[in-house]
Design a protein. Structure first.
Lengths: 264, 341
């Protein structure tokens, strides 16, 4: 059974950064080809396996931003630099990089949805993925739940960026309100000319994509990423199936024209 | 292709001869092991002799565990590596099964060997040692609706067998059995017949795209209260292929353990739960809708034919007397604008 696709391989943890009370970013050594928006199956022996999106990568490193809200993610949080994490992947369809290159791009990310879009934004601001323009709207629940604070500071210098938290909060002088409110305020002279990415919780994606449709952005130009329970990542276990679509192999990134037809 | 006739004793000798090379699986009766007291269980198991082959009753579990066991160790692990277990027995297996189940395994093949573009190695290594000997099936059992599902016929077998009282007839499609079968039988003309009418019939929906309103239609509400999410329909189904992986470790060696995959089912609680609290299809009716659409609508969109083979086992085993065939008919009626009652 050579090339067993279920075989996890060990990768060494080289850095752990705490992002919030429950979220942390773990860097591991790995030299693999991947596309922003793809995911890995991450596991620990004795605990189990779960799909986690790539939150950034380079030539010989890879990052996952993980919410410690379950048994596995809680156990991963207790790992230290120098220890091993087990992974297999990358899996799924990532963002349509060829379509996004040289486009006027708008990216909207809500909460942990910031993780899968982070490698894309990093490549754009670094110039390795050139675009005509980039507008970035990121929304979080509160100032404590903001992820990637350092990156956001540097992104602010390099693109048109809105960082918003849901409600006004003491000690917060920035934007407030749901991402939908900020989308509504966008002035798009030629809506056909934009590619749009929306990633976040299901309700947020539903309303945010609706706002873009109201602004006149064609459905074919809007991309979303779905999160579902998965046991395999290979189109076998059945957990992530919606209608005839398997999120793990047909997604997780999908065009809205298809994604909007999917009813769980 | 050739055909031979045997007395039962003669065929028992062929059977015994085959057992020298192959393990033979077929439906077998386990006395007193049924769901209720004083009832028997019929399920697929290795047959010690021809006498153990049970033909009078439908097996309550399908032969799918031969390719997809309810519980399979996919890795042994310690704290630093995962290693693949070998199959304990790797010999070739003859399985005696009916056309619906042959078609059912063809559906599992689609999922495990093709879907997603990579073959599942655990399924593949079990699948490639199977040889189908088709049991001719000319009359339905209770709840069968294979004719409506077009899974009453197949040519996907190496040998077809007719068991009629004291006589056995065989059609040999695969040359490798010619010598063995020819030696003990008399040349005949047997060609298998297939059941052409079931008591239960279903009308399949013909829509290419399921209207969105059918997903939340009130016809599914009946199952909210009736279904108890026991998952028996999933486990008895020859085509249900969903699984979860679980890790367990040994009590006396806590760094060592196994990663297993176990059957899971869309009717069971927790099937779609994600860490952090999101889940989908909390109502049992939504689960019934999800399963029904998969079996008779969206699998077809992906693979070109329906998933359900109409074996009726889900109806046989449901403790709440939910009838899947009635559900399909109700769906088709509703789609045509008729009553959902």
């Amino acid at each position: 059974m050579s090339g067993n696709p279920y075989q996890p391989f060990p990768v060494k943890i080289t850095k752990i950064v705490s992002e919030s009370d429950v979220e942390f970013t773990m860097t591991v050594d790995a030299s693999l080809d991947m596309v922003p928006g793809q995911f890995f199956q991450i596991s620990l022996p004795k605990i189990g396996e779960a799909p986690i999106s790539i939150s950034n990568y380079g030539k010989n490193w890879l990052q996952f931003t993980i919410r410690a809200v379950g048994r596995l993610t809680g156990a991963i949080q207790s790992l230290r630099v120098g220890e091993n994490l087990f992974i297999r992947g990358p899996y799924g369809h990532g963002f349509p990089v060829e379509k996004l290159a040289n486009s006027n791009l708008i990216i909207v990310a809500g909460g942990s949805g910031a993780a899968p879009v982070r490698p894309l934004v990093s490549q754009i601001v670094a110039g390795t993925l050139p675009v005509k323009s980039l507008k970035l709207i990121t929304g979080f629940k509160s100032k404590e739940s903001i992820l990637f604070t350092e990156d956001i500071q540097s992104w602010k210098q390099k693109c048109d960026m809105t960082l918003t938290i849901d409600k006004p909060q003491e000690g917060w002088n920035g934007d407030t309100g749901l991402v939908t409110e900020h989308i509504r305020r966008l002035k798009l002279d030629l809506p056909d000319d934009y590619q749009v990415i929306v990633v976040g919780p299901p309700v947020m994606m539903k309303f945010a994509t609706a706002e873009f449709r109201l602004l006149g952005v064609p459905v074919d130009n809007v991309w979303v990423s779905f999160e579902r329970l998965m046991s395999c990542g290979l189109g076998k276990c059945g957990h992530c199936k919606i209608d005839s679509t398997y999120i793990c192999v047909d997604g997780p990134v999908m065009n809205l024209s298809h994604a909007s037809t999917l009813i769980d | 292709m050739s055909a031979y006739d045997y007395s039962r004793e003669e065929f028992a000798a062929v059977f015994a001869e085959l057992q020298k090379t192959y393990q033979i699986y077929g439906p077998k009766r386990f006395v007193g092991r049924g769901r209720f007291s004083d009832t028997d269980l019929v399920r697929y198991a290795p047959l010690a002799s021809l006498d153990e082959l049970e033909l009078a009753e439908k097996s309550s579990l399908s032969p799918k565990s031969l390719v997809f066991p309810a519980d399979e160790t996919i890795f042994h692990f310690n704290d630093h590596e995962f290693s693949q277990p070998q199959l304990k027995e790797n010999g070739e297996i003859i399985v005696l099964l009916r056309p619906c189940d042959i078609n059912g395994i063809a559906r599992l093949d689609k999922m495990f060997l093709e879907n997603g573009g990579q073959a599942d190695p655990y399924y593949q290594r079990r699948r490639q040692r199977l040889h189908f000997f088709m049991i001719e099936c000319r009359e339905s059992f209770e709840n069968c609706f294979c004719v409506s599902m077009k899974s009453n016929t197949t040519d996907n077998y190496e040998v077809a067998l007719r068991f009629a009282g004291d006589r056995v007839a065989a059609q040999i499609k695969d040359q490798r059995y010619e010598g063995l079968f020819g030696q003990k039988g008399r040349a005949g003309s047997f060609s298998p017949e297939f059941v052409s009418e079931n008591d239960k019939q279903v009308e399949l929906p013909t829509v290419e795209t399921m209207p969105a309103e059918m997903f939340n239609h009130k016809m599914w509400e009946e199952y909210d209260s009736r279904c108890i999410a026991c998952g028996r329909c999933n486990t008895s189904c020859v085509t249900c292929s969903c699984f979860s992986t679980v890790d367990l470790f040994y009590a006396d060696s806590r760094q060592c353990g196994e990663r297993r995959r176990v059957w899971d089912g869309c009717h069971l609680d927790g099937f779609s739960d994600m860490a952090g609290g999101h889940s989908f299809r909390k109502n049992k009716g939504e689960r019934m809708r999800f399963k029904a659409f998969h079996k008779i609508y969206d699998f077809r969109k992906r693979f070109g034919f329906d998933m359900c083979v109409g074996c009726g086992r889900c109806d046989d085993v449901c403790p709440e007397y939910i009838s899947f065939s009635s559900c399909i008919n109700k769906l088709s009626r509703t789609l045509k604008g008729g009553s959902d009652k």
